[in-house]
Ligand binder design. Structure first.
Ligand code: ZN
Length: 466
């Protein structure tokens, strides 16, 4: 994995790797060690401009992560930044480092939930997500090649135990539960082994050995097929619930005792109820893809629902801006500021869920069945040319506005009718459009889908197979 991606005078990243929320590519094709080195040097400049001198660096368990991490640390240090290396762990452990080690920035080497040959970086500067235009700027700094030079001190910090203890400290259940956990061979494995030793109950662990080849299944709990092993184990052990993590532990997947999947918005109704009980009137944030049931539940329980744009960095920023105690996305990113630091940590969300269930007389399945029944589509993703995707959404929005539709346009268009609602938005990271619809019954859902298909056709887009 060695190739000088640089050019005399500066370093050029493959343009596809500088993305909206992170830096990500295929190792050996679009992403090389030279990129990690240049990234360290470019980001060092951003840290210095913000008045900082220290950074924490962590990595996931992918096969390419050690080399990328070493190059990244070298780049930071060569540009005068002191580095605390925290080693292998989930991305939220790096966020924990950024919040507790007295550093100015954090860098995580991770390919998150992507296939084994991917890798990338998530960045934090002064406890805030570093994304959007900031990431583009790293490309500009690297291209100029006028890097700062210095000799930062590199040290190793053992943080895993402290991180796990901090999470376990917030477990507040009264009744022991039987839980199956699936780490998916991702970076949460070792943290999970230690965490489950610290909390009561019976715990069965699946795929807890960190293995960057992901031999059991893909570490992405938003895909139903990746939860099959967990579902089977929950039934086999007659467990109260099953919990899965994505490859770097910032997204959670949950199944109940009947092995039914609870999506991010369903899970959020239970987490929100608990936070609102402690903090009446609290603002709870969910993204535009979330069920109306969630927003209605938050209001019914005495909280203040806030629908916001999709994207973990965007949600985290909004949360900090308005001091919201809890936020969540359909994708399984759950952010706790209530008793915690306000970043997306799936292990922490799991512990809070176990606390809620361990204090409740009702099971997770019963809590789920108490929610109003609705029928909805999953998140539907279908291809649309990069150059057209935002235009299509604007055209649909303009036509609907003219027609006087009731809608929200903070992120795409989310249209409310007497049947329910439907959403159309452009992905920030791929050449795809995203749609979802939800209604009170099947006939109403059909009407919503037909409206959505008609709108897409009016803009020359073949509707997805609903
Ligand atoms: Zn992730």
């Amino acid at each position: 994995m060695s190739k000088a991606g640089g050019r005399a005078g500066g370093h050029r990243f493959d343009p596809t790797i500088l993305r909206e929320y992170d830096i990500r590519g295929t190792v050996g094709t679009t992403l090389f060690e030279a990129d990690a080195l240049a990234l360290g040097r470019a980001f060092a400049q951003c840290i210095a401009e913000a008045g900082g001198t220290r950074a924490a660096v962590g990595r996931d368990g992918r096969l390419s992560s050690p080399e990328l991490e070493a190059a990244l640390v070298q780049g930071l240090s060569q540009s005068g930044i002191d580095v605390a290396r925290i080693g292998v762990g989930p991305t939220p452990m790096l966020y924990f480092a950024a919040c507790t080690l007295g550093v100015d920035a954090g860098l995580m080497v991770t390919g998150s939930h992507n296939p084994a040959d991917y890798n990338g970086f998530k960045l934090v500067l002064q406890k805030r997500s570093f994304y959007g235009a900031d990431i583009q700027r790293l490309g500009e700094i690297a291209a100029k090649g006028a890097f700062r030079s210095g000799g930062g001190v590199v040290s190793t910090v053992e943080l895993l135990d402290k991180y796990v203890e901090r999470i376990a400290a917030d477990y507040d259940g009264k009744r022991p539960l039987t839980v199956v956990w699936d780490a998916g061979n991702g970076a949460t494995g070792e943290a999970l082994v230690r965490l489950t030793q610290k909390i009561p109950g019976k715990h069965f662990l699946l795929n807890e050995a960190i293995d960057g080849r992901f031999p059991a299944h893909h570490p992405d709990p938003t895909e139903t097929k990746n939860l099959a092993q967990l579902q089977a184990a929950v039934k086999q052990h007659r467990a109260d619930l099953g919990i899965a993590f994505d490859g770097d532990g910032d997204r959670i997947g949950v199944v109940d005792a009947q092995a039914r999947i609870l999506w991010g918005d369903q899970l959020m109704t239970m987490l929100a109820a608990d936070v609102i009980r402690a903090k009446p009137g609290a603002t709870i944030i969910a993204d535009v893809k979330a069920s109306q049931v969630l927003f209605d539940e938050i209001a019914r329980l005495g909280g203040t629902p806030l629908m916001w744009r999709t994207g973990h960095s965007i949600i985290k920023s909004k949360m900090a801006e308005i001091s919201a105690p809890l936020a969540g996305e359909m994708s399984g990113h759950i952010f706790y500021a209530d008793r915690y630091y306000g970043y997306d940590d799936a292990l922490y969300a799991a512990i809070r869920l176990l606390g809620i269930l361990g204090r409740s007389d009702a099971s997770l399945a019963q809590l789920r069945d108490r929610l109003p029944a609705v029928v909805n589509t999953p998140e539907l993703r279908f291809p649309c040319e990069e150059s057209r995707k935002f235009a299509v959404v604007s055209e649909v929005r303009d036509r609907l506005k003219k027609a006087g539709a009731e809608m929200t346009d903070i992120d795409g268009v989310r249209v409310k009718t007497k049947d329910g609602w439907w959403l159309l938005r452009a992905s920030n990271t791929q050449a795809v459009l995203v749609a979802r619809a939800e209604a009170r019954d099947a006939a109403a859902l059909e009407r919503l889908k037909r409206t959505l298909a008609r709108e897409l056709a009016s803009s020359g887009i073949e509707p997805p197979a609903f």
